[in-house]
Write a protein that binds this ligand. Structure first.
Ligand code: PLP
Length: 401
């Protein structure tokens, strides 16, 4: 093969989610979009808050084209990084500075940068806690390290500490956490983060080098019922934060986020330099200029999260009433539901025959479960209950194929 076999494979094989989404579009063309219940993608349905468009309009009036669309410095605009630091310091009582931030094209780039920056040998390992975002494996492998997976605690969807303890080795460079979680919707409690911090402190001492937490936080603000998301750097200093505005500001296509390397982290300046180096090596320099300026003026804003809560409540109550076993999400916009047979892929195939598009959680490291994205039109959820009922009846009557 004249190209990298690995890259060829990655580029040729669509993810299960993308595959389903494409199928949904084809099916809608045949039977009408109102008859397809597509719960596959995590694409925000709540519009960006009005400040986004207002700021874009004023920026185009205030700034000439060269200042608006020109390169910023590789790590991002000083003013933007200062604004983000100020917002976090006011909100979480922290003391970050502009110099601690590196602006990126979304959380995906932030994660790739962190894995690349921390990997120094082919033996290096990162740990993901199932259920986990499947792209972590792609990103970690691309950095030249390997991904180890800790199986889920399906009672609480907090951390399976017993297994984590067995998975940590002197090769572990970092543990990836994602709370609010895609796909479970769980939010790690302060108690969970405290316990994780204490285990990693002990292990770092034992191994003679820090085990970092890489916290992937695109859903930080998307929480319900007053649930608080602990700010991880306050519990564990060796934490790198990967943030994205894709979900909180509903700007997934604008590709904007950041890496935060707190000054109190061990070897903080070396890590920050390696983050800049990884950004350079990967070509992730100078995140989109105009979006950086938008962020500087919209930090702390979100779309109307109550609309997601309405969908969550409707779906949770509807499915529970039909007899499905659902984990009640505390955040993000996904519901995790137990499949009606052990093989979640077969269950999703069965659902597909009823034009109900659900994502099997096999790739998320959690067999037997499915993910239902509820960042969808509320009416579609209402229309889908008939299909969910038929699906349940098929299994109850033993007629599922
Ligand atoms: N991490 C998680 C858990 C996600 O769900 C997503 C996107 O869905 C990402 C990272 C990537 O986000 P971004 O659009 O900011 O690259």
């Amino acid at each position: 093969m004249i190209v990298s076999e690995k890259m060829h494979e990655l580029g040729s094989k669509r993810s299960t989610i993308r595959e389903l989404f494409e199928y949904g579009k084809q099916r809608a063309a045949v039977i009408g979009s109102e008859n397809v219940y597509d719960f596959s993608l995590g694409n925000p349905t709540v519009p960006a808050p009005s400040c986004v468009n207002e700021v874009i309009r004023s920026l185009t009036e205030e700034l000439d084209s060269l200042s608006l669309h020109g390169y910023t410095s590789a790590q991002g605009d000083q003013e933007t990084r200062q604004a983000i630091a100020g917002y976090l310091n006011r909100t979480y009582d922290t003391s970050f500075k502009a110099e601690d931030f590196y602006m990126t094209v979304g959380a995906a780039a932030a994660l790739c940068i962190c894995f690349r920056a921390l990997t120094s040998s082919a033996d290096d390992e990162f740990i993901a806690l199932a259920p986990y975002f499947p792209e972590y494996k792609v990103f970690v492998n691309a950095a030249g390290a390997s991904l180890k997976v800790v199986s889920p605690d399906t009672q609480s969807f907090q951390i399976n500490f017993e297994e984590l303890l067995k998975t940590l080795t002197p090769h572990t460079r970092g543990v990836i956490i994602n709370s609010p979680n895609n796909p479970s919707g769980a939010v790690y409690s302060a108690q969970t983060i405290e316990k994780l911090a204490s285990i990693l402190e002990e292990k770092s001492k034992e191994f003679g080098r820090p085990v970092y937490i890489i916290t992937d936080e695109p859903y930080r603000e998307i929480v319900y019922d007053g649930v608080e998301v602990p700010f991880v750097t306050k519990y564990y200093k060796n934490t790198l934060v990967c943030y994205s505005y894709s979900k909180s500001l509903s700007l997934p296509g604008e590709r904007i986020g950041y890496v935060l390397v707190p000054a109190e982290a061990d070897e903080s300046r070396e890590i920050y330099a390696a983050v800049c180096g990884a950004g350079r090596a990967l070509g992730y320099v100078c995140a989109p200029s105009m979006m950086q300026k938008v962020i500087a003026r919209c930090t702390g804003q979100t779309g109307n999260i109550l609309l997601y809560k309405e969908n969550r409540d409707l779906l949770y109550e509807g499915l529970t009433e039909l007899g499905y076993k659902c984990f009640k999400p505390q955040g993000a916009f996904y519901m995790f539901v137990q499949a009606l047979e052990l093989d979640a892929d077969a269950f999703c195939e069965q659902a597909k025959k009823l034009d109900l598009l659900l994502v099997p959680a096999t790739d998320f490291g959690c067999p037997g479960y499915v993910r239902i994205s509820y960042c969808v039109d509320t009416d579609m959820i209402k229309r889908s209950f008939g299909a969910f009922r038929k699906l349940k009846d098929l299994y109850d009557s033993g007629n599922a194929e």
